[in-house]
Design a protein around this ligand. Structure first.
Ligand SMILES: Nc1nc2c(ncn2[C@@H]2O[C@H](COP(=O)(O)OP(=O)(O)OP(=O)(O)O)[C@@H](O)[C@H]2O)c(=O)[nH]1
Length: 668
């Protein structure tokens, strides 16, 4: 019992009885711990113990909903004071934000003072004993600072306070930070959203009972806590209102709680908590008794709606009703969570405990990598990674090659461009005398073909660059997936893959350069489409001429352009010869582009397939480790994976323990 308390709890109870006999007005019920203990059914207590244990083990993080009384209210509405009144101990209170982390308050009655104990737990602090009630406030403040820092920040990591004392009601409740719209004392700008999210987390489950703390001085419909609780419990069927500070605003309270403008399904209980003027909690209880018995505005309120003793009794009853029959559902939820965690665990690599095991995993992973690369690169089979579009190798390559063919088609000479006609004409004049005047000079043709090749050289080399870069990404991505847990092994394979791909890229670039050199050096084709294209262009122009068209749309193979006939195709002279040369270049370019658009992609695909599926396979298989130590280093697991495995194992252990507890309780 608090040193501050000049009156003991028994004194206060005696006082309550004295006051009530003097006042002679329908006295409110006195706080009778014995009666409360008796009303607490013997079968409820063990269930509560189990539920409390589950809660402290963090089972709620596994989506297992445990019936809980959640205390919510606007800032400084008196939440902590209500808990203080129920527990008979001093909790941190104030005008600013006092509660900054969830406080799970577990009250438990016991037979004698010798059995009393106070324990606190949070995060990594387990079963910290608090020797005196006077130290609770400081301990909670220190733990809050520890969890949420010493400024006014909040954090959703609970402190659990277990108080066992003779006259406590058997109740477990969660106190939450008060809702505030305006950040104060260095609180973050989004303090409202943070508090709201925390409150919603606790009140959303159907199993939660919402203890909505409303100060008597305000219009209840303006309370933010009412607004929030109505979003999850519209009709208020699981909401109980506690009206505090009735001593400050007794006028009109009777109408407020009887009209029920804010739909509170479980009803109202009006209380007067301890104020700074009360020396002790016991004194506060006496003053509450006097207030409700004597005040002309309060004495008419139904006795079942006033006083901390009534509130304690109501809560114990609600809690008893709640926990009865909840165990089978909780067992099923734990079972489901356990299955899920076990499934997750089966996907986390196991720890490696021997050299033989390390060798086996080493070989298995290498095989997995090669199989996956073969599937992706050779077979175009991405069934292992349906959602990962980067690994749909053949489709991505096809896109690249189609674009390459389009780019080639777009490059080069345009039949309609006068500047090119002038250029050709210039070339003609420089090559006069090489052949008879009515022959198109081959040297000019050759020079123009060379220009064509120069204009597409970059397009070809860039294609090799892009495709090899992408292929390297695919290989590294597959390796990262397979060797996720083994960073050293992954790095070794990355290095090997980059090395062989670079080698192949060099030979592929050489191949492309050789192809372009051939095209630049030799003008050659046996392809009938060369003459065919020339004939088609000429015939289209002739036809247009005959029908006196000034303009034609040419559409011959890849040649699609509009021509103003008199400008582009003059009947005689230099211009006419330039036009004829242009037609030949266009027809020949078409054949060259087709050759390149097929040959270069074919070579790239062949080279990549041989490298990734065959060469990499050989090199991977040839890889060895010189000693068990080297193998040990290679097979060292990523610390993140180790951490994940440990955390999962802890969760599984907790769930297994919880399942045993609950199943045992159901069977009992
Ligand atoms: N007069 C009077 N004052 C009260 C009553 N209940 C609470 N108070 C005072 O109201 C102030 C706020 O009370 P708290 O219990 O800290 O309120 P809270 O809702 O827990 O506060 P936060 O956690 O900061 O939101 C304190 O100064 C209390 O002493 C009451 O019934 N009567």
């Amino acid at each position: 019992m608090s040193k501050q308390s000049e009156l003991t709890m028994n004194d206060s109870i005696n006082n309550m009885l004295v006051v009530s006999s003097v006042s002679n007005v329908n006295p409110i019920e006195s706080y009778d711990p014995e009666a409360l203990r008796n009303s607490f059914h013997s079968e409820i207590r063990p269930i509560l113990d189990v539920l409390d244990k589950l809660r402290t083990q963090g089972i709620t993080e596994e989506n297992v909903n445990i019936p809980t009384i959640v205390v919510v209210g606007d800032q400084s509405s008196g939440k902590s004071s209500v808990l203080e009144s129920l527990a008979g101990i001093t909790l941190p209170r104030g005008q600013g934000i006092a509660t900054r982390v969830p406080l799970i308050l577990r009250l438990q009655s016991c037979l004698s003072e010798q059995d009393s104990k106070i324990l606190m737990e949070y995060e990594n602090v387990k079963e910290m004993r608090i020797n005196s009630e006077d130290d609770i406030e400081a301990a909670i403040n220190a733990a809050t600072d520890d969890l949420a820092g010493s400024n006014k920040n909040i954090r959703n990591t609970p402190i659990s306070l277990h108080i066992r004392k003779p006259d406590a009601p058997d109740l477990t409740m969660v106190d939450l930070p008060g809702i505030t719209r305006v950040p104060v004392h260095g609180q973050p700008e989004n303090i409202y959203e943070q508090v709201r999210d925390m409150i919603m987390h606790y009140i959303k489950p159907e199993e939660s009972i919402i203890l909505n703390v409303l100060p008597a001085e305000v219009d209840f419909s303006t309370c933010e806590s009412i607004r929030l609780s109505q979003t999850v419990d519209k009709k208020g069927v699981r909401t109980l209102a506690v009206v505090t500070k009735v001593d400050k605003a007794p006028e009109g309270l009777f109408e407020k709680v009887t009209s029920d403008a804010v739909s509170i399904g479980l009803g109202y209980v009006c209380v007067r908590n301890r104020t700074p003027a009360d020396d002790s909690i016991a004194v506060a209880r006496c003053r509450e008794l006097e207030l409700f018995n004597d005040h002309p505005d309060l004495r008419n309120i139904d006795r079942s709606m006033v006083g901390i003793p009534t509130l304690a009794r109501r809560l114990v009853k609600i809690q008893s009703d709640m926990v009865r029959g909840c165990l089978p559902r909780i067992r099923d939820q734990i079972h489901e969570a356990l299955q899920k965690r076990r499934q997750e665990m089966s996907n986390v690599p196991r720890s490696i405990d021997s050299v033989n095991e390390a060798v086996a995993v080493f070989l298995r992973l290498q095989n997995e990598m090669l199989n996956m690369l073969t599937q992706v690169v050779r077979d175009g089979d991405f069934s292992l990674v349906p959602d990962d579009c980067t690994l749909h190798y053949t489709a991505r390559l096809h896109e690249e090659f189609t674009k390459f063919a389009e780019d080639l088609g777009k490059s080069g000479l345009r039949l309609s461009q006068p500047s090119q006609t002038d250029e050709i004409r210039q070339m003609f004049s420089e090559h006069q005398g090489v052949a008879l005047p009515d022959f198109l000079p081959h040297t000019v043709l050759h020079q123009l073909v060379k220009k064509q090749i120069d204009s597409i050289t970059q397009t070809c080399i860039f294609l090799v660059d892009r495709v090899f870069k992408y292929a390297a990404e695919v290989v590294l991505h597959v390796q990262s997936l397979i060797f996720e847990a083994y960073p050293h092994l992954r790095d070794r394979h990355h290095k090997l893959a980059i090395q062989v791909l670079n080698e192949t890229k060099t030979t592929t670039v050489e191949f492309v350069e050789r192809m372009l050199a051939k095209e630049r050096t030799v003008i050659f084709t046996t392809n009938a489409s060369y003459l065919d294209t020339i004939a088609k262009i000429n015939s289209a122009v002739e036809k247009a001429r005959r029908s006196n068209q000034a303009y034609i749309e040419l559409d011959v193979g890849p040649i699609r352009e509009g021509l103003i006939l008199n400008e582009a195709v003059p009947a005689t002279g230099w211009h006419r010869e330039a036009w004829e040369m242009k037609v030949r270049i266009a027809a020949y370019s078409k054949i060259m582009h087709e050759r390149l658009a097929d040959e270069i992609p074919l070579e790239i695909r062949y080279a990549l397939q041989r490298t990734i599926v065959n060469r990499l396979q050989e090199l991977t298989m040839m890889q060895a480790f010189s000693s068990p130590e080297e193998l040990g280093t290679l097979m060292q697991q990523d610390s993140k994976i180790i951490g994940r495995r440990v955390r999962l194992q802890q969760r599984i252990d907790t769930l297994e323990k919880s399942l045993m507890l609950v199943s045992g309780m159901i069977a009992a």
